[in-house]
Design a protein around this ligand. Structure first.
Ligand code: GLU
Length: 424
């Protein structure tokens, strides 16, 4: 019998403890009522389900799935579903809490939620993926709904998965329920602009941040970690605006060219071969090397905890744009702050996805669909307003962008909770 080493999780610290730690720091800085913090530091509801699937080889595998609602004080809960081998209940809880702050900061009428299944979607066939998704949807069918909790894509899920969730839910209700999930394909009620929305939102936030330094995106030297839905489009948008994309990476590692990667060639290569490996006119680098490159903007757009106490003092970027959720640990945050690195926090920098999810939900409820220009213009309005509010709070409080963003968000949720009153 051979033993197989258990894969090492990317989560070196407990993510839910990190999220709670951040909340306590916000409460101290903004003097938020400790009674409210007692409520906000926990998740309202966490459901754990077993998702048995008959695999293609005839064996049955029971996956573990989660759906967590952190808070609904400002509206139905909203948040993606993650398919990844490292998914745990505590990770989903932290991501749900961050969704509450993200929706509040963007001032859209949602609370926060997240879901996930511990699985490796890259190793599942289309049939297995579909069966797993439909069974998971069926197991959480009483938790979700257009006025209750609205899932969306996250790491490892996409429009195809959202289509199966939409269909499973609708079949059980006996009619199509467009508002149950966002990130749907365009031909079944998705929104124009949703696919690129997270990256577009990050682009708008970077644009505002460099504007504060009297610069524009043209000429910025950037490194993008992660080449999925966020990183890939962000690299494209930045290159289109004249930035030099020095390096990009995916789970197979990174590619670097000091004169700039040709992003369109990289996208075509990734689509053809499934990875960035073997891209011509580029040098192979590790993910860690990418994070430490000499550049103006570093955009971690993959998973949590990539900038930690181990490497934060070696990061050379002037601006970090968190396209991923939770890429910087609190200890790393302090190191970066002391060193004067401007961190554009996840709840601000990657909120474009959920903002356009909000637009998709509204369009679905009204059965009236907007033009792409309209979607992008409204996203720009919301992103720019949130950036300016965060910047102003940072200036007036003399704190970091993260503290300012979380402070604004937590205050809004605390106020809604106070206005509604604690039931009973
Ligand atoms: N998963 C994305 C996020 O972390 C999108 C969530 C949504 O659209 O509901 O923000």
């Amino acid at each position: 019998m051979s033993t197989v080493a258990a894969p090492v999780s990317h989560l070196r610290e407990n993510p839910f403890e990190i999220a709670q730690q951040q909340l306590h720091r916000v409460a101290d800085t903004f003097k938020i009522d400790p009674n409210l913090i007692s409520v906000l530091q926990q998740c309202k509801k966490a459901v754990v389900v077993s998702v048995p699937v008959v695999m293609d080889d005839g064996t049955v595998h029971a996956f573990e799935g989660y759906r967590v609602t952190h808070n609904i004080a400002r509206g139905p809960s909203k948040g993606g579903i993650r398919y990844h081998p490292d998914v745990t209940l505590d990770e989903v809880k932290s991501l749900a809490m961050w969704m509450t702050w993200k929706c509040a900061l963007m001032n859209i009428p949602f609370g926060g939620a997240k879901g996930g299944i511990a699985c490796n979607p890259k190793q599942l066939s289309r049939t297995e993926l579909q069966k797993m998704t439909r069974r998971y949807t069926s197991e959480i069918i009483n938790e979700i709904g257009p006025e209750k909790d609205i899932p969306a894509p996250d790491v490892g899920t996409d429009g195809r998965v959202m289509a199966w969730i939409f269909d499973t839910y609708s079949m059980n209700k006996g009619h199509s329920v467009l508002g149950v999930v966002t990130g749907k394909p365009l031909n079944i009620g998705g929104s124009l602009g949703r696919l690129e929305a997270t990256a577009r939102g990050a682009l708008y936030i970077i644009r505002e941040a460099v504007r504060k330094q009297g610069a524009t995106i043209a000429g910025q030297r950037v490194a993008v970690e992660g080449f999925g839905n966020v990183g890939m489009y962000l690299a494209r948008f930045l290159a289109q605006e004249g930035a030099t994309v020095l390096a990009v990476s995916d789970s197979s590692g990174g590619v670097y060219n000091s004169n700039g990667i040709d992003v369109e060639t990289a996208i075509a290569h990734k689509q053809e071969t499934g990875s960035l490996d073997g891209l011509k006119d580029a040098e192979r680098i590790t993910d860690e090397e990418l994070l430490l490159l000499e550049c103006d903007v570093l955009a971690p757009c993959a998973l949590e905890q990539v900038i930690t106490s181990d490497n934060a003092d070696k990061v050379k970027a002037k601006i970090i744009c968190e396209g991923a959720n939770g890429p910087t640990t609190p200890t790393a945050d302090e190191i970066l702050e002391d060193r004067g690195v401007l961190v554009l926090p996840d709840v601000l920098a990657n909120a474009g996805g959920v903002v356009v999810s909000y637009f998709e939900w509204v369009q679905g409820l009204q059965e009236y669909f907007w033009k792409e220009d309209e979607v992008n213009a409204r996203l720009n309005d919301i992103s720019t307003r949130a950036f300016n509010e965060t910047w102003a709070t940072r200036e007036s409080r003399g704190t970091s962008m993260r503290m300012a963003a979380y402070g604004l968000a937590v205050n809004r949720v605390a106020e809604a909770t106070t206005t509604r009153g604690l039931y009973p």
